[in-house]
Write a protein that binds this ligand. Structure first.
Ligand code: PLP
Length: 361
């Protein structure tokens, strides 16, 4: 068996131990005589899986009882719609625009609410988190929305905006559980599982319970209401059972490996090595502003599209895959998610140095 060094932005690498456990349990889950995939979601065996997964998530991220943990579908993209549908009371929401996904979220929200752009770094081609101050937010807004880590542009909020009493909503699709988080700072966190915590198909929403309203417009589809999912323990209809099971294994793996403090240490070590290699290179350069650099997605280029393509080809020969930049941005992007081993980053940095050495002066 040879596994590649998988730098894919998502769906992305999973811990080998998790895949091995899943393989072992694939045909006969813990003596039940069937696969988790084949189980009724109402069976006691499955109920134990989803309940344990929720408990483990609460333990891992220190989530108190006044927050709900919901297992949904539709990806982060459906949350671009669900958040404004469920959270709009006064009909105002403020957005910080840090890239493609934040833009998409604001555009979709505009259908349901007065979505105002408070600050944007579009004029900087999204190479940095824009500057803003607490006074810029409307104090009568329903929420402030951020995309906490910008998967495509390789930037990240290193301090959360001070939104006062206005709930902060964060798209954490590419940074969830990469480091400790202070849940109390957020009203709502959403993420697709497929980048940092599991396979595609599961969308995790962590929401302060008092934000879950019952008095939504009559025409709101049942499945797009948080109160539907809260009231049925994420089992109003069939949940993505297998994706929840695998995510549960990943969360357990994080707990067994020292929790989020240890995850942060591992992730910082990986990012430090790659950024150092970039900073010392004469050929490659990081595209994100130093102060805004992401811990999870590192974007870089040579400035010459042919050389970028040659490097991607050379790296692929060494088993380094998934480093092609987002289709509209180009260059390279290395995603250093929780499950990516340090050795993969070492292999990438070696390849970069060797490639640079082979260039004519
Ligand atoms: C990938 C990504 C999305 C889109 O996620 P889907 O689960 O495919 O809908 C949204 N936001 C961010 C930050 C992402 O990285």
């Amino acid at each position: 068996m040879t596994r590649i060094h998988n730098f894919s932005a998502g769906p992305a690498t999973l811990p080998l131990e998790v895949l091995e456990t899943a393989a072992q349990e694939l045909v006969d889950y813990q003596g039940n005589g069937l696969s988790v995939m084949e189980m009724s979601h109402r069976s006691s065996a499955y109920e134990a899986i989803i309940k344990q997964t929720e408990r483990d998530i609460r333990t891992l991220a220190n989530i108190p009882e006044d927050y709900a943990v919901l297992f949904l579908q539709g990806g982060a993209t459906l949350q671009f719609s669900m958040v404004p549908m469920n959270l709009s009371v006064k009909g105002k929401a403020d957005f910080l625009i840090t890239g493609h996904w934040a833009q998409k979220a604001a555009q979709e929200a505009q259908k349901y609410t007065d979505a105002r752009v408070i600050a944007s770094s579009e004029d900087l081609q999204f190479t940095a988190i824009p500057t803003f101050s607490a006074q810029d937010f409307r104090n009568d807004a329903d929420y402030v929305h951020i995309c906490e880590n910008n998967t495509i542009y390789g930037t990240q909020f290193h301090a959360l905006p001070d939104t006062g009493k206005v709930p902060l909503v964060a798209d954490q699709s590419s940074c969830i559980f990469s480091k400790p988080l202070d849940i109390a700072r957020y009203g709502l966190i959403y993420t697709g599982a497929q980048k940092n915590i599991g396979p595609a198909g599961l969308t995790l929403v962590i929401i302060r319970k008092d934000l879950i309203r019952k008095d939504l417009p009559e025409a709101t589809p049942l499945l797009l209401r948080y109160d539907t999912h809260l009231g049925s323990d994420s089992m109003y209809n069939t949940p993505p059972t297998y994706a929840i099971y695998i995510t549960g294994l990943v969360v357990r793996w994080l707990l067994d490996n020292g929790g989020l403090e240890a995850a942060r240490a591992r992730n910082e070590k990986k990012a430090a090595l790659l950024y150092k290699t970039l900073d010392e290179s004469r050929l490659f350069r990081g595209t994100a502003d130093r102060g805004s650099r992401s811990l999870m997605n590192v974007t870089f280029l040579t400035g010459d599209e042919q050389k970028d393509a040659d490097f991607i080809k050379m790296a692929a020969k060494r088993g380094i895959q998934g480093i092609k930049g987002y289709r509209t941005v180009g260059g390279m992007r290395a995603s250093l998610y929780n499950a990516l081993p340090y050795e993969a980053v070492e292999a990438l940095c070696e390849a970069m140095k060797d490639f640079e050495r082979e260039q004519p002066c």
